[in-house]
Design a protein around this ligand. Structure first.
Ligand SMILES: Nc1ncnc2c1ncn2[C@@H]1O[C@H](COP(=O)(O)OP(=O)(O)OP(=O)(O)O)[C@@H](O)[C@H]1O
Length: 462
């Protein structure tokens, strides 16, 4: 979706009100109208002051308004919708009270954790209804009628259509987190079905760091006199994020990646690729070179996806190589650096990807590889974020010294990738990729590590 194909979000519906936000001094959650029980929960999470988006959105949601919340990555949007929902739930206890739609399974799990943390003392029951997990187990969970459902759209529709006795006819709250993504064409049929299956008389909250400006798309969410709150200038990346680009010939991308990662040893790094195969190839190549990473992409089984993410979260692995499945919403505070190995095709994805670092006031760094083929896409990104980025400093001669070694590792990785796929033979290629994801043993990588371990380079702290 290019920025040019959209009208302005502030034009949404004649009745949309626009709350321009000034972040005015310290306010407490209590001053926002949050009840003591939930203020205590915030206190336990060490949240002393509400963030700008929380200051704006929480009172409006508590007044019963539909809200469109637009605020930069890592600014606490989850709490901005979770607190009003929990407070209303406490006031009017009811099963199947709220539905949170998110585009990815990992994000759903993370939101579930935040609901549990905030609603711990009120014993809120949450259910995670996401693809890649057992339908029957989920049906049993739904039969117990949880208070809050956090779902990916496809799997929820599956249950609405096939799980006997399950319906959302009394739902009170609908949230679309990463709303522009949910309202995107990819989820169109699912969202249509969901909207048809929930009451018109409900409250709707849309949140994202980037919002669709298309009136028709927003109308799909069926909002009622929504108030738009913007806690920062549109599409602003956070101030404490240092952003760079690196202009390099496409054929030396791997070489530069290895060089940059060597400099970053000791940091937690997310590397973004455009394809599942690409992500796997990079992980295999990096492992040959002694740089241990885990992949995360849509062709892995859900258990392996969660497994890879947990390894990265627990710092067992310091490099996560992923597709855009990890670009939105994931809150991993210790991410120091984001590398766009492949430039994002949709410029808004840039904002979400680099937003995986420099969260909640921390600092971070983002480096975007730009090849001779990516110049136009890169210019669109600069236009969207409204600034020109500096060049990431590298020593070309030093990088090129790695070329031969990296080329050998790349060949080895491609061979292993092919071997894995061939070995699986009759099985679908998709599963072959899945099986290969994060099991070092299966890859025969350890032997390469032993023989040709390749680490070192200067340490650059961030
Ligand atoms: N009031 C607060 N004070 C301090 N930290 C907070 C506060 N509210 C939320 N946080 C923390 O900020 C981090 C980011 O929050 P969250 O994941 O909700 O961001 P987000 O705005 O949804 O980001 P994204 O656009 O990337 O999805 C989390 O670790 C959360 O615990």
């Amino acid at each position: 979706m290019s920025s040019s194909d959209e009208s302005d979000v502030q034009e949404v519906g004649q009745d949309t009100q626009n709350e321009e936000v000034e972040d005015e001094g310290p306010t407490t959650f209590k001053e926002l109208g949050v009840i003591p029980l939930l203020c205590e929960a915030c206190d336990q999470l060490k949240w002393k002051t509400p963030t700008a988006i929380q200051k704006q959105a929480i009172p409006l949601a508590l007044q019963g308004k539909d809200v469109i919340g637009l605020a930069e990555t890592g600014s606490g949007k989850t709490c901005a919708f979770a607190l009003p929902i929990l407070q209303e739930l406490l006031k009017n206890p009811q099963r199947l009270f709220a539905l949170i739609l998110t585009p990815t399974r990992e994000l759903a799990a993370q939101i579930g954790e935040q609901f549990k943390a905030l609603g711990n003392s009120m014993k809120v029951e949450c259910a995670l209804i996401v693809g890649g997990m057992d339908m029957v187990t989920q049906a049993i969970t739904l039969a117990k009628k949880p208070h809050v459902i956090i779902a990916t759209p496809g799997r929820l529709v599956d249950h609405l259509e096939n799980t006997k006795g399950f319906n959302l006819r009394n739902l009170k709250f609908l949230v679309m987190d990463e709303a522009d993504r949910i309202l995107n064409m990819d989820f169109e049929p699912e969202v249509e079905k969901i909207i048809k299956n929930i009451p018109r008389d409900r409250r709707t909250l849309l949140f994202s760091a980037t919002m669709t400006k298309k009136v028709e798309k927003l109308q799909k969410a069926n909002l009622c006199n929504p108030v738009l709150v913007q806690a920062s200038h549109k599409y602003k990346t956070v101030d404490n994020l240092m952003q760079y680009y690196l202009f390099i010939p496409a054929k030396f991308k791997d070489c530069y990646l290895v060089s940059v990662l060597n400099e970053l040893v000791g940091n937690s790094v997310m590397v973004f690729c455009s394809t599942c195969q690409g992500a796997l190839r990079l992980v295999l190549m990096l492992r040959v070179l002694g740089l241990k990473g885990v992949p995360l992409h849509g062709q892995m089984s859900q258990n392996k996806r969660f497994g890879a993410l947990n390894k990265f979260k627990s710092k067992t692995s310091q490099i996560l190589v992923s597709t855009d499945v990890a670009s939105r919403g994931l809150d991993i505070p210790h991410v120091d650096v984001v590398i766009n190995y492949d430039i994002p095709t949709h410029s808004k994805d840039y904002i979400h990807r680099v937003g995986r670092t420099a969260r909640a006031g921390r600092s971070g760094k983002a480096i975007t590889f730009v090849t001779q083929y990516d110049v136009e896409l890169y210019q669109r990104i600069e236009h969207l974020i409204g600034k020109k980025l500096p060049l990431f400093p590298t020593e070309e001669q030093e990088v090129m010294i790695l070329n031969e070694r990296v080329g050998e590792a790349r060949r080895q990785a491609l061979k292993e990738q092919k071997e894995i796929e061939d070995k699986k033979g009759g099985r679908k290629r998709k599963h072959a990729i899945d099986d290969a994801d994060d099991t070092e043993e299966a890859l025969g990588v350890k032997k390469h590590l032993g023989k040709k371990g390749f680490k070192g380079g200067k340490k650059r702290r961030h």
